[in-house]
Write a protein that binds this ligand. Structure first.
Ligand code: PMP
Length: 417
């Protein structure tokens, strides 16, 4: 097992032993501020007492039942509770175990429902690592190189990324929508296009928010051509961006909403939501999986939803996100290597560029490592790994934000001078 432990230790060398809220302790009982939250998975913090209690209680009742044959109470209750937070028209769910699997389910449903083969994705998007989801992922060659032939029928159109083009948002959006029309005219005709797959905020692609006009443009084209709008809320859902769904910032109006990560505070659970009319176009048995809607994961998800509501975590995400962004901006103002601080709610990215204006993954990784040495765990993202992202649990306190900002400032200074 020595080799495996090397792999696991690769990133920071931290081996997690226990966690509570935003705090994580390693095997030597060293304390860390965990601003990765397992890529936003531990939405309610590590081991929230209500999530732990719900899962422990469920383990003693029913761990698993195949829900295509036998329902269980946590699943029935979870569907009801999700109905309170999902857009009204999305009244049916299908559950799986990972974001990638849910993306595959959305792809299968889109093709079945429309009878069309192609999908259009947006450059810089990340939808997973399975073959289909990986073929729809364009946030870095590392997700694509060496896996050819990738799935056919995937066309890529620009995301409205103002930073990348160096344009104002309006211009980047106009360009993205014009290019989308061009793709529909010349590459994948509407009659061949089943769906658009889009993230409200590029996650792995570097924490770049979309905007209202872009989503309005997508909806307009979807309606005009009978194309489905699939909104990937895997990273942005459950309050992460300061609203319940990331798409709520932009009036996203999805036909299919894809969710995972923050849904169950760390238990593997994902799902897609769509209208009954759409879901009924999936043939019985065409969607499924042995472990989907595991009872313990569903119980944890129910407790997660309760905690998000009872502790006002969506508002906390907005408030603490504003505090965090302001603190990050102060650091960026002092260091020209950080050229942009962006994101929504508790999903904040710091872009590193070198003196020539090129993405600088080396400095980003060095600062990430330095921050970890000083007790702050962070992740990188962006097509080149040039963005250091802050994505703490939604329970993060003002003092924890201040402490993290202090460590961040010291780590950036130590690396860049
Ligand atoms: N979509 C988005 C937006 C994601 O951020 C991710 C994971 N980073 C996925 C899909 C894939 O999820 P998973 O790793 O659970 O397969």
């Amino acid at each position: 097992m020595a080799e495996l432990s090397q792999i696991l230790k690769q990133a920071t060398g931290v081996v997690a032993a226990r966690g509570q809220g935003v705090l994580l302790y390693d095997e030597d009982d060293r304390r860390y501020l965990d601003f990765t939250a397992g890529i936003g998975v531990t939405s309610t913090g590590h081991c929230h007492p209500r999530v732990v209690a719900a899962a422990q209680e469920q383990v003693g009742k029913i761990i698993h039942a195949q829900y295509t044959t036998v329902m269980h109470r946590p699943l029935l209750d979870l569907v009801d509770r999700l109905g309170e937070v999902l857009p009204q028209q999305l009244d049916r769910m299908f559950f799986a175990n990972s974001g990638s699997e849910a993306i595959e389910a959305a792809l299968r449903l889109s093709r079945q429902a429309t009878g069309r083969p192609n999908v259009i994705v947006f450059h810089g998007g990340f939808h997973g690592r399975t073959v289909a989801a990986g073929s729809m992922t364009t946030s870095g060659t590392k997700f694509r190189s060496g896996f050819s032939p990738l799935m056919a029928g995937v066309y890529v159109s620009p995301f409205p990324d103002p930073g990348h083009f160096g344009w104002p948002v309006e211009e980047a959006t106009d360009f993205a929508l014009k290019q989308l029309d061009y793709v529909l005219q010349t590459l994948s005709s509407p009659a061949d296009t089943a769906a658009f797959f889009v993230e409200p905020v590029l996650g792995e692609g570097g924490y770049v928010p979309a905007n209202q006009r872009f989503f309005a443009g997508l909806r307009e084209r979807a309606d005009a051509h009978g194309i489905l709008l699939v909104v990937d809320e895997v990273q942005t859902g459950f309050g992460r961006t300061g609203k319940f769904w990331g798409g709520d910032h932009f009036g996203s109006r999805p036909d299919i909403l894809v969710t995972a990560k923050g849904l169950a505070s760390g238990f593997p659970l994902s799902g897609i939501a769509a209208s009954s009319a759409l879901m009924e176009k999936a043939w019985p048995g065409s969607q499924g999986g042995t472990y989907g809607a595991n009872a313990v994961a569903c119980a944890a998800a129910l407790a997660t939803l309760d905690v998000i509501r009872d502790e006002g975590l969506v508002q906390n995400s907005a408030d603490r996100g504003a505090q965090l962004k302001q603190a990050m901006q102060l650091v960026a103002d002092k260091h020209e290597q950080i050229t942009d601080v962006r994101g929504l709610g508790l999903m904040i990215g710091n872009e590193f560029r070198d003196a020539d204006g090129k993405p600088d993954p080396v400095t980003a990784a060095a600062v990430q490592q330095e921050a970890a040495r000083r007790g702050l765990l962070l992740l990188t993202c962006g097509a080149w790994g040039q963005v250091v992202r802050f994505i703490p649990a939604l329970v993060v306190t003002p003092d924890e934000i201040d402490e993290a900002a202090g460590i961040w400032s010291d780590a950036v200074t130590a690396v860049t001078g």
